[in-house]
Design a protein around this ligand. Structure first.
Ligand SMILES: [Zn+2]
Ligand SMILES: [Zn+2]
Length: 135
């Protein structure tokens, strides 16, 4: 399946209209395979800022993508199919962020009685394979 087909299928699964802007942005996220900031998406697309922000917010609100709020205060977006229960990895050299594989929810400890878990926001820091390779 091409990323164009995947983008269309993800949008149609939400009973939504696959507009040209939605398809373009979603395809960029699928092709990147890692979380992208507004700026990174804009670099590869010919979309005006307002449309881009609106589409990214729409993707996050429908659950097609998820937002990652990293310590550098740049919001990034990544395609997700499952509830957002995975950690992120931030490379301290190139600054890129990666979604780590979905696993058992990582909790520092049990939740107090009666609390309900909705989302875990966790960033692991280190050096990515590309940067580690460069020495
Ligand atoms: Zn890196
Ligand atoms: Zn993620």
């Amino acid at each position: 399946m091409t990323s164009d087909d995947r983008a269309r299928a993800l949008i149609e699964a939400r009973q939504a209209r696959p507009t040209a802007a939605r398809l373009q942005v979603l395809r960029a996220l699928l092709d990147a395979g890692r979380p992208l900031s507004h700026q990174e998406v804009q670099q590869s697309l010919e979309l005006d800022r307002v449309t881009l922000y609106r589409v990214l917010d729409w993707l996050a609100d429908t659950g097609i993508a998820h937002r990652i709020n990293a310590a550098d205060r740049i919001t990034r977006f990544s395609v997700s199919s499952a509830p957002h229960c995975h950690a992120h990895f931030q490379c301290e050299q190139c600054g890129r962020i990666f979604c780590l594989p979905e696993g058992a929810p990582i909790l520092p400890g049990p939740l107090p009685e009666g609390f309900v878990l909705r989302e875990i926001e966790m960033t692991v820091k280190g050096v990515c394979a590309d940067c580690a390779h460069q020495g």
